[in-house]
Design a protein around this ligand. Sequence first.
Ligand code: WQD
Length: 342
Amino acid sequence: MSSKKKILVTGGCGYIGSHTVVELIHNNFEVIIIDDLSNSSIQTINNIEKITGIKPLFCECDLKNKKHLDNIIRYNKNIDATIHFAAYKAVGESVKKPLTYYQNNITSLLNLLEVQSNYNIDNFIFSSSATVYGHPKKLPITEKNKTQRPFSPYGNTKKIAEEILEDIANSEKNFSCISLRYFNPIGAHESSLIGELPNGIPNNLLPYITQTAIGLREKLSVFGNDYPTPDGTPIRDYIHVVDLVKAHVKALKRQLNNQQESNFEIFNLGTGNGYSVMDVIKTFEKVASRKLNYEIVDRRNGDVPELYANANLAKEKLCWKAEKNLEDMIRSSWEWEQKARK
Ligand code: WQD
């Protein structure tokens, strides 16, 4: 009989999910992955095994299929907590297909919550996003900043999900939820066996930079340099994905050890440092020892000038602080990009 705590990870083959699974295994948790492989690869399971020496149990399942999900949860007894990553996450795509995003991201959440309540799984870690803050009025952003309507249906599914989770926590005292609001996760595991594998043309800055540098893209378009920032390009709080997932394990242990001060807690996961697009480009050129082909073009709709975290609450309550710097983040992405194309 395994004495290990058993953790269900939805979206565990994805970018953040796979790095979290590695960290969970390193922390002696038993992991069950549910993933529909719509934006990830089954090869990730083998790569997790190469990194950790342990092959996590994997169930291919679309969370919108409640019957299938129920069968999986019924069969895998004694799950101690769920970490929920599975969601569509392309901001631009969500603007074009809002119904697809609401149906997938909200229905999946509701099915998961309903099924796990039937099997008394009361601990829930939710993958949220700083996009719920909308255009921040005050910087750095603390968890006390009011949320605003996000610019994209994707972001709004995260805000709605948090409101659903808070309502359930208010009505079910046994239900514990920690929502983790990510700023800008980038980077890859030091093994270069797992990393970000965007489907199609990358929406995000760093994958687009590394794909340009490796010759997959002709040049990077810098979306505007007329913002009210020192070099005119927008500022973001980039955080290494490995730092980010270490916070997930800290949050999980807080939950399992009944250390939560309320049964619905929110933590910002950022470094507290902001870097501009040009900072990222120049750091990449230094790390990769090559010039990047880029062009300044018009602004992208919905972009805000500055977004960076006050990460003190996570430091205080989770005893967690991001440790890796921008060079570490960019170097790990570049190494991953080169290896992933071999
Ligand atoms: C960063 C900066 C762009 C691409 C999004 C989501 C957020 C989270 C992280 C999921 C911006 C500029 C980008 C390019 C560019 N995702 N840029 N050329 O928009 O801060 O956040 O990803 O949770 O929810 O909203 O990240 O990487 O898209 O952009 O100039 O080709 O890079 O204008 O200033 P963003 P990003």
